[in-house]
Design a protein around this ligand. Structure first.
Ligand code: ADP
Length: 572
């Protein structure tokens, strides 16, 4: 039976019971009321009539009954004659009537009327007795009827109470228990326990819900197992790819717990995968330098000694985003050892080549000098010009090989600094002296602002001068003829002195500013004589940074450039 019908039946039954008990109560009350009305009508009134007659008959002091008294008796006897209800009452009423009729005739005879009066009284007593018996009898009957009525109604009431009580006690759990089980089942499904089934045996709506639920769970189970195989395959595939990579890869969740680490990562960190996965990364980092560097360090390039060899890695951190929310990150250490080795090979190749070129170039220059000497033999003007060209080219080649050697030196980390305390004016004077003839050729004036009051700097005089010469020669190179260059040296902050070279040349396009200090970088299309190697600024940067200083540029196309570098004040 459905819950709806069960509810209907239960409430309907209670309603029926309530209807029956109120009907019974009504029935009994009506009967009781009729019985009491019957007593009043049948018997109580008779008692009144008899009492009225008796009052007239017993009137004290009067020997004879008055006319009014006779009339009272007449009326009451007449009423009594109309209210004969008990067995034997009629005979007594008749006798009362005949005795009264007789009395009316012999009113004057005291003796006979006294006799008749007593006869009448005896009749009245008889009537009284009959009616009182009847009252008592009827009273017994009605009270028995009331008792059985009360009994029946309270029986039905108790039955209703019992049924309603058991309904109140049982019905909520009848509804709530399956609902609770259903909620529990839904929670299990939410937790991916698709084996959960509901066992409602009832054939009502809950039974339907249970069978729908079980069908859903079974379908989800099928779906899960069919998907699981392909997901597992995908997982294995991705794991294989990640593990076969030469780069170290570590995945962290948003709370920095390690989700996975590939083989290379495990080898580099010297830890097994089991000890890494599921751990809180900052905790592991306390004991593992590499992981600490990976988590904290900003430096992109790392040199790691693992597996009995040195390897170079660059760090890359990728945010894992899902629905615009960061749910973790992947740290990748890219193995750049091969590139580093190639770079080393290139550097040593450059160093060797430039070193090897230097000797023949110097001997070419030497031979040129000898050729210029008249003692060797006379040369005509044309030949002189040719020799001049050869000398210029040899000089340029020497400069280039020199720069290449410097680069090689810088790249192998072999910058030998010759630190000493020196006044900025020394650096400025040497540099300006070296650049003087170049500037004069182009009629460029160099305005120097370098106060004597500045403190000494702690620097390598040669290398700092080299840098300043480089900046000045670039400035002259990119300045228009007859322009000016401002060389300003000033104190910057408490600890540094800034050297700056401002020219009023073509300036540098903002696109290239960030790359200007890169090796071999030349602003495209700007270098008209094509003699530069694009190494000068790169070497300058290395020289300055090796001394603990900084180097930079500000420029706007058409408005010239300002190159500056800083050196540290000698505070000792
Ligand atoms: P190079 O030896 O070729 O001059 P540098 O490293 O000194 O190499 O300079 C790199 C590039 O920066 C140059 O090719 C040039 O285009 C640009 N550059 C350097 N100094 C200036 C300057 N003062 N004004 C405009 N461009 C400049």
């Amino acid at each position: 039976m459905s819950i709806k019908n069960k509810l209907r039946a239960g409430i309907g039954f209670l309603f029926l019971m309530a209807l029956i008990s109120s009907g019974l109560a009504d029935y009994y009350l009506t009967r009781l009321s009729n019985a009491s009305k019957g007593i009043l009508k049948d018997n109580y009134r008779t008692l009144i009539y008899v009492k009225n007659i008796g009052q007239v008959l017993d009137e004290p002091g009067n020997k004879t009954i008055t006319k009014a008294g006779l009339q009272v008796i007449e009326n009451n006897i007449a009423k009594e004659e109309h209210n004969v209800t008990e067995r034997g009452e009629g005979i007594l009423a008749d006798s009362l009537r005949s005795n009264f009729e007789h009395l009316k005739l012999v009113l004057n005879d005291a003796k006979v009327s006294a006799l008749l009066k007593s006869k009448m009284k005896s009749n009245m007593y008889g009537i009284l007795q009959l009616n009182m018996n009847a009252i008592e009898h009827k009273n017994n009957t009605t009270s028995a009827m009331a008792d059985s009525g009360i009994m029946l109604v309270s029986l039905i009431g108790s039955l209703c109470f019992l049924i309603a009580f058991s309904f109140v006690v049982n019905f909520p759990s009848y509804i709530a228990n399956p609902v609770r089980e259903l909620i529990q089942g839904i929670k299990e499904i939410a937790n991916k326990n698709y084996g959960k089934r509901l066992m409602f045996t009832s054939k009502d709506e809950f039974g339907d819900v249970a069978s729908a639920f079980n069908q859903m769970a079974a379908k989800l189970n099928d779906y899960e197992t069919s998907n699981l195989a392909s997901i597992l395959f995908e997982k294995k595939r991705i794991e294989t790819i990640i593990n076969s990579m030469h780069d170290a890869i570590i995945g962290l969740d948003d709370k920095l717990f390690i989700i996975f680490a590939n083989k290379v990562a495990c080898v580099l960190m010297g830890m097994s995968e089991d000890k890494l996965t599921g751990e809180y990364a900052p905790n592991v980092a306390l004991e593992n330098d590499l992981l600490r560097n990976m988590l904290i360090s900003d430096s992109q390039k790392m040199k790691i000694y693992a597996d009995n060899r040195e390897s170079y890695f660059t760090k890359e951190t990728l945010q894992v985003v899902n629905d615009e929310q960061v749910i973790g990150k992947v740290i990748i250490l890219k193995n750049i050892t091969d590139f580093e080795q190639l770079n080393d090979a290139k550097t040593s190749f450059i160093a060797t080549i430039s070193h090897e070129l230097k000797t023949p170039l110097s001997s070419i220059k030497m031979s040129l000098k000898l050729l210029e000497d008249n003692r060797v033999g006379a040369i005509n003007n044309e030949q002189k010009q040719l020799l001049k060209n050869i000398e210029d080219d040899a000089q340029r080649l020497l400069q280039i090989t020199g720069e290449l050697l410097d680069v090689a030196q810088v790249e192998t980390g072999k910058i030998n600094l010759n630190f000493g305390s020196t006044h900025p004016t020394n650096i400025v004077n040497y540099a300006v002296q070296a650049i003087k003839s170049l500037a004069e050729q182009k009629q460029v004036t160099i305005n120097i602002n370098c106060p004597e009051t500045l403190p000494d700097v702690m620097a390598d005089l040669d290398k700092s001068t080299w840098v300043l010469i480089n900046l000045l020669s670039n400035a002259v190179k990119y300045s228009p003829v007859k322009s000016a260059i401002n060389l300003v040296v000033k104190k910057q902050g408490a600890n540094t002195i800034e050297f700056s070279v401002k020219d009023f040349g073509q300036g540098i396009d903002a696109r290239y500013l960030s790359r200007i200090f890169e090796r071999y970088f030349k602003v495209p299309g700007a270098d008209h004589d094509k003699t530069g190697t694009g190494l000068g600024l790169a070497i300058a940067k290395d020289f300055i940074e090796a001394q603990g200083g900084t180097i930079g540029v500000e420029s706007e196309t058409g408005d010239g450039s300002r190159f500056y570098f800083s050196l540290i004040i000698n505070n000792t």
